[in-house]
Design a protein around this ligand. Structure first.
Ligand SMILES: NC(=O)c1ccc[n+]([C@@H]2O[C@H](COP(=O)([O-])OP(=O)(O)OC[C@H]3O[C@@H](n4cnc5c(N)ncnc54)[C@H](O)[C@@H]3O)[C@@H](O)[C@H]2O)c1
Length: 316
């Protein structure tokens, strides 16, 4: 059985470990922060409960996840290395260089980067052909989608293998034809976030209203009919007419995010600081985490259909 080594045991690292362990894989996790590593077992336990693992399976799944106090210890038993360290090129380069010193040149390395170019992440690697962008969504043990992309030097056999493995896990694996910052999902998501911030800056509404509009309209439509199918459904002439009228009014901001920057200057960082675009009083944190997991799981319980087939969309 393949054994995974995950470097970075934070939000995504521990979640990916849970997703893999639930599928039966052994996982060893290393984190540079000893406190994060020490708390891994507790966070894994909470995640396993949140995703509805039957009580009789909890212990066996949790025991498949072990910790390594150094990259060398991790490398000794890892057949595939998953990089889940912070979204900074310098940190990723440092970690990849250390890992490459310790594993064989053909050991696959999966990077969980959200928006960095895979080709940039691979710069400086001695064997960049084994680096694959494998972008999980949070929480990775609940959300079906995993986006897989090659860097310009990636050997496509590593991409094929990653897709096969993820398919075997029951994931909805979508393969990009080429490297692009943000894969597909984050480009769509942040186009929407940029426009939402633009509406706030223009004084059109408040942040709660944006979430109300989203949750009461598009969030209900999109699980059933995606934006491309909907464009065909309403007709491409209407789609073109709407784009003609609306496009000039949409945000094209690339560096000026006044509402966001004012909040950050005031120390309002969101959940972690107790205030952000919305207030975060004590307890909201855990309530949102539970609502997120439960909401996604209940939607997954109802059958989904996709154009040209049911559920899965493996595009090559
Ligand atoms: N948060 C999300 O929703 C999300 C979703 C998909 C992908 N991602 C991507 O996953 C990656 C990790 O994000 P996260 O949200 O888990 O961040 P995080 O901050 O929760 O976890 C990162 C962990 O890496 C550890 N770390 C830092 N330097 C290290 C080193 N040199 N060696 C070993 N460990 C080190 C940190 O101590 C921390 O525990 C990022 O690239 C991020 O963009 C995040």
């Amino acid at each position: 059985m393949i054994r995974f080594g995950i470097v970075g045991g934070g939000l995504m690292g521990h979640g990916i470990a849970v997703a893999l362990a639930r599928a039966g894989f052994g996982v060893v996790v290393h984190d540079a922060d000893p406190a994060t590593l020490a708390g891994l077992g507790e966070r894994v336990g909470q995640a396993l409960e949140r995703c509805g693992t039957p009580p009789e399976e909890l212990r066996a799944v949790a025991e498949r996840i072990t910790t390594a106090s150094s990259p060398a210890e991790l490398a000794r038993s890892a057949d595939i290395v998953v990089e889940a360290v912070p979204e900074r090129l310098d940190i990723k380069h440092h970690v990849l260089a250390a890992v490459e010193d310790l594993v064989s040149p053909v050991t696959p390395i999966w990077s969980n980067t959200s928006v960095l170019s895979l080709t940039e992440v691979a710069k400086g690697m001695r064997h960049p052909q084994r680096l694959v962008g494998v972008h999980w969504w949070n929480p990775p043990y609940v959300i079906p989608l995993v986006e897989v992309a090659p860097g310009t030097e990636t050997d496509h056999r590593f991409v094929e293998e990653a897709c096969e493995l993820l398919d075997g896990l029951g994931k909805t694996t979508v393969r990009l034809h080429r490297d692009v910052p943000g894969f597909i999902g984050n480009r769509l998501q942040f186009a929407l976030v940029r426009e939402a911030l633009h509406l706030l800056e223009q004084g059109v509404c408040d942040a709660v209203t944006i979430d109300t509009v989203m949750r009461s309209s598009l969030a209900l439509r999109w699980p059933a009919v995606g934006p491309m199918e909907n464009a065909d459904f309403i007709g491409l002439e209407l789609t073109r007419d709407i784009l003609n009228s609306l496009s000039p009014h949409l945000s094209a901001a690339t560096g000026d995010f006044t509402v966001l920057d004012a909040l950050l200057r005031a120390g309002h960082r969101g959940r972690a600081s107790g205030a952000g675009l919305l207030p975060w009083p004590e307890g909201r944190d855990e309530e949102v985490a539970r609502r997120l997991d439960a909401g996604i799981r209940s939607r997954l319980a109802s059958p989904r259909t996709a154009p040209g087939g049911v559920g899965r969309a493996h595009e090559g």
